[in-house]
Design a protein around this ligand. Sequence first.
Ligand SMILES: [Zn+2]
Length: 226
Amino acid sequence: MRIREPNVRHALPPDLPELPTPNSFCTDTTLTKHIVPAAHGYAFAVNKGSRFHVIDLYGEQIVDFMAWVHDKPFTRIEKMSTAYTRYYLSGVQPAIGECLWTNADRPLFRVTADTVKVHDMTFMSCYPELYQKMGLKGHRSCAQNIFEAMQEWGMRNILEIAEPFNIFQNTPNYSLKRLGSSKPGDYIEFEALEDAVCAVSSCPYDLNGVNGGQITEIAVVIAEKK
Ligand SMILES: [Zn+2]
């Protein structure tokens, strides 16, 4: 086996799209902005009533997204469920105003804006063995990224991760087509309907032109009400 890191773009380009300002959310808010390194993950908490953007800075970058209800103490038992969500949507694409649901039959997020409207709710996250089977030892994966990011939230086993909502992933009806529906600066905005802990991964799958063949940074911008 050969060790191979994902093909990653490291430097931020000068034409980085502008990140949202408080006016983007139409509320009196405090913004927290975080750039997630290419092919890495990030976990963050959001309070009920806050909104956040997941932004594709360069286009064609899939973002695996998972979330857990932030109960106190945090148990990670109630989590976003793509199965429950598909049931309520009667499909796999949430429209603006529709929700992502938990495995306890509660809506967790409402989609409040979406410049792409092409996402996936059928595929699992890419995982270490997927790459190992292709002879790529040590290749980063969304499962690993989210597991690493969630360790500070008590996760101890990679199999504890949830099933992902794959933002910007264009794989209709479980097909594996040429991807690339999102453009630089595209985003989806969620409103948190409960306190939640979220995790995102800049998907490291750089094979066959997926993710534009080059993995890029993504941004998360959280708007909390003042
Ligand atoms: Zn992935």
